[in-house]
Design a protein. Structure first.
Length: 393
């Protein structure tokens, strides 16, 4: 019986006889006291308004907290991982991912895809075109001659998704949905996407992707979070130590398109099979335009089952990020294009002060027949899981 019904019930029996006896009053008072002091289920996902896009669409922020003092904030704009506050070895809590304080920041040119879901096809499509089932598709060029991260205006990072909090027993998170209409950014088929984020009590952010289509279309979704394990806004990530579970990588040409070769990492600056400082060999990579790591690694695990892909240790804070994925590849990008954008709380995101580990299929797969296919057909479901977990050592 809810509060209002209980009142109606008491009034119903008390008023007709006008015999409000003491026992009834005491009982009523007790009932109310019990109802007011009974533990109220604590809302684990806090939903707030974050502002409006330039077009006037409301953007929602979802706040998740766990028992370890970690806080994660997600935005419906781009289904973005916007904040991740997590303790270091001394117990100090810092936000370790890049983002902005307002929607205008996310919509500005300073936003290098901070924390968003990139797609429909993350990373590059050579010459902004592909052929599928005999038909050629032309896309927008937003990265020299290529298409980067799904296009220009309506790529998945730029649209507002519908977010629904998940507050099930032992699970807190948000499920984001967006249906991209056929032809959006030049891609065929209506693509129905679901991205579910959950935060565990072991400081793991789990991202589960699903997509279906009504027409054959390429799909490659990823999360583009920039991490600095000393806290976003710290001056560099070159002192972080990286391990990648990859014996091979995909070499690239001068516009960052894979040459098609699957090359061994042995004897190269790409050998992260043991931990190496990111900065140790980064300056051996002198090729323009990026100079530095901006490469896809071929993960040793190609089973489609969740497996460890990467670990990053920050000796200063003691934070250790582990990345697990079901995907065959991971893009290591070390912020070669960062130029000092001002982010959350006025923090500066300087050159090489953040790294991304984007779990994905290989760049330009739609044009490279020797790479695992990114084509999704009607009746099939695209599935991808990525887990970012932060521990302290
Ligand atoms: C990806 C690309 C980089 C760069 C960033 C965004 O990681 O591989 O070259 O474009 O996105 O700035």
């Amino acid at each position: 019986m809810n509060c209002r019904n209980r009142w109606a019930w008491w009034l119903g029996i008390a008023l007709p006889g006008l015999s409000l006896n003491c026992a009834a009053i005491v009982l009523l008072a007790c009932t109310l006291v019990i109802e007011m002091t009974a533990p109220v289920a604590r809302a684990e996902v806090i939903v707030t308004e974050f502002g409006k896009t330039a077009e006037g669409t409301a953007v929602t922020q979802f706040t998740l907290k766990n028992s370890q003092g970690a806080v994660v904030k997600l935005l419906s704009l781009g289904a973005t991982l916007a904040e991740w506050h997590v303790p270091c070895k001394s117990g100090q809590v810092d936000d370790v991912v890049f983002g902005f304080d307002n929607v205008a920041g996310y919509e500005s040119k300073d936003n290098g895809y901070f924390g968003c879901i990139a797609g429909r096809v993350a990373n590059r499509i050579a010459n902004a075109r592909f052929t599928l089932d005999g038909k050629q598709y032309e896309l927008a060029k937003n990265d020299g001659p290529n298409t980067l991260h799904g296009g220009v205006k309506r790529s998945l990072d730029k649209v507002v998704w519908k977010g629904t909090p998940i507050e099930r027993e032992g699970e807190r998170g948000v499920e984001f949905k967006y249906a991209s209409p056929a032809g959006e950014e030049g891609f065929p088929g209506t693509l129905s996407c679901t991205v579910k984020y959950t935060l565990s009590d072991t400081n793991a952010v789990r991202i589960e992707y699903e997509a279906t289509t009504d027409q054959a279309t390429p799909v490659n979704l990823t999360n583009h979070a920039y991490f600095n394990l000393s806290g976003a806004g710290s001056p560099t990530i070159l002192d972080h130590e990286l391990m990648l579970a990859a014996d091979h990588y995909t070499p690239i040409n001068d516009v960052l398109i894979p040459t098609g070769e699957i090359a061994s990492v042995v004897g190269t600056p790409f050998d992260f099979r043991q931990f190496h400082r990111i900065g140790e060999r980064v300056d051996e990579l002198t090729a323009k335009p990026g100079k530095g790591y901006d490469h896809n690694f071929v993960l040793n695990n190609q089973t489609g089952q969740l497996a460890l892909a990467a670990r990053v240790r920050d000796p200063k804070s003691g934070r250790v990020l582990s990345v697990f994925t079901t995907e065959p590849g991971i893009q290591l990008y070390v912020g070669n294009f960062l130029t000092g954008a001002k982010g959350k709380g006025g923090k500066t995101y300087a050159y090489r002060s953040g790294f991304c580990l984007e779990t994905q299929h290989y760049p330009d797969s739609i044009n490279q027949s020797n790479f695992p296919s990114v084509v999704l057909r009607p009746g099939e479901t695209y599935r991808h899981t990525c887990v970012y977990q932060i521990a302290v050592e």
